[in-house]
Design a protein around this ligand. Structure first.
Ligand SMILES: Cc1cc2nc3c(=O)[nH]c(=O)nc-3n(C[C@H](O)[C@H](O)[C@H](O)COP(=O)(O)OP(=O)(O)OC[C@H]3O[C@@H](n4cnc5c(N)ncnc54)[C@H](O)[C@@H]3O)c2cc1C
Length: 474
């Protein structure tokens, strides 16, 4: 009899008879794929090429009923289970090693209601899918900087982007979800319905079930905004950093500036003589009154002589996808990040020093400004917490899969992080944590909300079916 070997929750192999798999496949409207099937490779490809995890089977649901069938099949056979949204998580938690992966990529519907200013999106959406539809109506909810990131993973860990200063974490704008919990039940969760579950979904959702759709509050944004990338040679880092500090201290919430210290890529918009040279850049989004933009951006313009200047009026969707090519799928990535309560001169000079000596050609020191709406909510308004975070910052490296200095590069990022940690709130963004970060980092992320989250996990997923994530344990 033909059998398939598949990993159990504890990682040991078990055999499933073909008849059992066939019966499972027949329950589905979507596909059940094994390694020899067309589409398996695409379904198991992750953004971070460093991850070598491979599942034995992939289910591609086309609706909630398929998700229920997959959860029940995994539970009955005690299988290692994971859920894949956009596959962008740096730790590779979208794939269950040797197990069963639910790949949500066939569920990408987006439904906008311009009257109530809400959007409901299925969980396989990428960020760009949602922006594309909401911007038809001049509306948006805060999503991340790269349009190919998965909506589900980003939202379930909190979520931030260019609009966070105005509207808070992505989950501060989440109104409701549909979720399949470990018992196979389909539940709605919102502030009114299953509010305990909704609290945990807003920051630790991957631990609590498979979310099939998200409903968000929308805001009037664009469709034309002002923004883009502007960069100067690294030699001017002192001045640029001081302007960044002053700008972020006073700028209206409609302005978000993201700082990147890097080597200029060989891109067509970078003059040849600057390519490969160290540079300090800002990516900007100004979503306020366009008549005010010159005044708001005056500190940046006063710096003068940028080596690259792509600042211009453009559509919000254009800006939201403008960095996509800088993070190609399949390269190897490693980063370490923290939240900061403020920018100090010591922190900025540490960042400048590290950028000046970074040996990784695709290395970056980054600072993103978050301060604003998210700081105004209570610490227990969703498990996401971190209401004292005003910046997220860190060191990041990207290199090719055959890079001979990969280990040295990884160690450099770790060492840089040690120098950067003293400026942290003591916590870090769950969605940026790498596979080698321990349980202490998960606890630190959830802080005072951790114990309540553990109790919720025990209530909704007592057997830890959903463990391929930043796993919450007592
Ligand atoms: C290039 C890049 C840029 C980024 N920029 C930002 C940014 O601007 N802002 C920001 O907030 N974050 C950003 N991130 C981090 C991003 O939020 C996380 O990587 C997130 O996990 C990506 O979601 P995903 O669906 O693509 O991930 P996946 O790897 O598919 O999944 C991530 C986790 O979520 C779980 N999951 C996925 N779908 C579901 C579901 N439907 N139900 C339950 N669990 C699910 C998975 O099991 C996994 O544990 C960025 C990441 C990258 C790689």
């Amino acid at each position: 009899m033909v059998q398939t070997t598949i990993a159990t929750r504890e990682g040991s192999p078990t055999e499933i008879e073909q008849g059992s798999l066939d019966a499972f496949g027949q329950q589905l409207r979507g596909a059940l794929l094994g390694p020899d099937d067309d589409g398996f490779e695409e379904a198991t490809r992750l953004w971070n090429g460093m991850i070598e995890t491979q599942p034995a089977l992939v289910v591609q649901p086309t609706g909630t009923a398929d998700v229920v069938a997959a959860v029940e099949f995994a539970r009955e056979h005690d299988l290692s289970l994971s859920v894949k949204g956009g596959g962008h998580n740096i730790a590779g938690t979208a794939l269950a090693d040797g197990g069963l992966t639910i790949d949500m990529s066939r569920m990408r519907g987006v439904f906008v209601d311009p009257d109530t200013k809400t959007v409901t999106a299925q969980a396989g959406c990428l960020l760009g899918d949602v922006d594309r539809e909401t911007q038809l109506h001049g509306l948006a909810t805060p999503l991340g900087f790269i349009s190919e990131t998965g909506l589900a993973g980003l939202t379930l860990g909190g979520g931030f982007g260019y609009l966070t200063r105005r509207f808070g974490w992505t989950v501060d704008n989440l109104l409701a979800v549909e979720i399949v919990t470990a018992d196979g039940a389909v539940r709605r969760a919102s502030r009114e319905e299953n509010s305990d579950l909704f609290w945990g979904i807003r920051g630790a959702g991957a631990n609590l079930g498979v979310v099939t759709s998200f409903t968000y509050r929308l805001h009037e944004v664009g469709p034309t905004i002002y923004g883009g990338l502007v960069a100067w040679p690294h030699e001017r880092a002192d001045e640029v950093l001081q302007v960044y500090k002053a700008l972020t201290a006073t700028a209206p919430r409609e302005l978000t500036a993201f700082l990147i210290l890097l080597r200029a890529p060989p891109a067509p918009f970078v003059p040849e003589e600057a390519q490969g040279q160290r540079a300090i850049a800002m990516t900007i989004c100004y979503s306020g009154d366009l008549d005010e933009v010159e005044t708001v951006l005056e500190p940046i313009h006063s710096l003068g002589d940028p080596v690259v200047n792509l600042l211009q009026k453009q559509s919000y969707t254009q800006l939201q996808s403008s960095l996509d090519d800088t993070e190609p799928k399949g390269a190897h990535y490693y980063w370490k990040t923290e939240f900061a309560p403020e920018l100090t001169d010591e922190m900025l000079s540490t960042i400048e020093g590290l950028a000046g000596e970074c040996p990784i050609p695709g290395g970056q020191l980054v600072v993103a400004h978050l301060e604003g709406a998210l700081n105004e909510r209570d610490g227990d308004d969703g498990v996401v917490g971190n209401r004292d975070a005003k910046f997220v910052y860190g060191a990041a490296g990207m290199w090719e899969p055959d890079e001979p200095r990969a280990e040295e590069f990884q160690q450099w990022v770790r060492d840089a992080w040690e120098q950067l940690r003293p400026f942290s709130t003591g916590s870090t963004y769950i969605n940026f944590q790498t596979a080698d970060e321990g349980d202490d980092r998960i606890r630190a992320t959830y802080g005072d909300n951790f114990e309540r989250l553990v109790a919720l996990k025990e209530q909704y997923d007592p057997d830890n079916l959903f463990r391929s994530n930043r796993n919450v344990r007592a």
